[in-house]
Design a protein around this ligand. Structure first.
Ligand code: PEP
Ligand code: MN
Length: 340
């Protein structure tokens, strides 16, 4: 439910409503606006109605929030798209496009620093790289772990690019949180609710990937798990879903981008690499993502994809990155966005 205060309502009146709601155990979010303050009360709508808040001083009206996701919804508080900075790099807001690029997995310092330099020079605003990798087979390479985090810190130092890396296990939260500028939650963990809460408490922006078989409502409710911990900086990522089609690795749901733009204030990026599974498809899919209104792209790049330890076939050659970035930027420019 949303409690809309009267334009003249004072702090004490807002506080009285907040306290009354909090006492019932609902999650309360106070959203001061230019003219009026709105107070979101999440959970137990019938209980909130029974409180009869309309009778309290300063209250204008009590209105239901119709969507199952609350904090991520543009209905509750934000009518404008969210915009924030990550180490000075703009994300969201409708006029910038962020290119996040780098290897699937950190394999060595040499490999990571070389790719970082190539993507920086090509116009990327952030570096991606996996330290802890979720692998379908338990016998596959699972990343260098802590050693990879150190390499990512070095790569950030050398390139100046903020680092995006995945949090796979709550046990690594402190170590990942210490290095990551953006904490990635992988598709396989989108519904690992305990992990989402841990990520939300790290005080870092979170890049939340859509689950392979998750609906967009489920994605936004997963975002609510992170947002309710106090982090306001959540980036959603469409990375392809499971369908009957097997020609591509996953099916990129491009329609998700404008749908999400209609229903949430959070920035939306697209991962063409995991959706495609084939580098030849990555550039055309990236163009489409930029032209349909994504706020950015997260793409895999390797200096020697044929010898990559993970996801080589879908990784762009580092030497091709600058031309790729120019092409994507031209498509983002169709919607008035410039590279962050
Ligand atoms: C990744 O970004 O390297 C990754 C494993 O992606 P996803 O979780 O989307 O499969
Ligand atoms: Mn990968």
């Amino acid at each position: 439910m949303m409690i809309v205060m009267q334009p003249g309502a004072g702090e004490a009146e807002v506080e009285a409503v907040r306290e009354r709601l909090a006492a019932t155990g609902v999650h309360v979010v106070v959203m001061p606006g230019e003219l009026t303050t709105a107070i979101g009360a999440i959970g137990d709508p019938e209980g909130v109605v029974e409180l009869g808040l309309e009778g309290m001083a300063g209250v204008d009206r009590v209105v239901p929030i119709s969507r199952p996701y609350k904090l991520a919804s543009s209905e509750l508080s934000h009518h404008e798209p969210s915009r924030f900075q990550i180490a000075g790099r703009e994300v969201g807001g409708g006029d910038t496009f962020c290119l996040i690029a780098g290897p699937c997995t950190v394999e060595s310092a040499g490999q990571t620093l070389e790719v970082a330099e190539a993507v920086r020079a090509g116009g990327a605003s952030m570096l991606r790289g996996g330290a802890y990798k979720p692998r379908t087979s338990p016998f596959a390479f699972k990343g260098l772990g802590g050693a990879a985090l150190e390499i990512l810190a070095q790569a950030r130092e050398a390139s100046g690019l903020p680092v995006v890396t995945e949090l796979l296990d709550a046990g690594h939260a402190e170590a990942v949180g210490a290095v990551a500028d953006v904490v990635q939650i992988g598709a396989r963990n989108m519904q690992n609710y305990a992990l989402l809460e841990v990520a939300g408490r790290l005080g870092k922006p979170v890049l939340l990937k859509r689950g392979l078989s998750s609906s967009l409502d489920e994605l936004l409710m997963a975002a609510d798990y992170i947002l309710k911990e106090g982090t306001e900086e959540v980036i959603l990522c469409e990375r392809g879903i499971r369908t009957f089609e097997t020609a591509t690795r996953f099916t990129l749901d491009l329609g998700a981008v404008p749908w999400l733009k209609m229903h949430t204030h959070l920035p939306v990026v697209v991962d063409p690499s995991h959706a495609a599974g084939d580098r030849r498809l990555v550039e055309p899919m990236s163009r489409a993502a930029a032209a349909i209104g994504a706020d950015g792209i997260i793409v895999e790049v390797h200096q020697d994809p044929d010898h990559a330890r993970c996801d080589g076939p879908q990784s762009l050659h580092a030497t091709d990155f600058a031309a790729y970035a120019r092409d994507v930027a031209a498509h983002a420019a169709l919607l008035g966005k410039r590279l962050a």
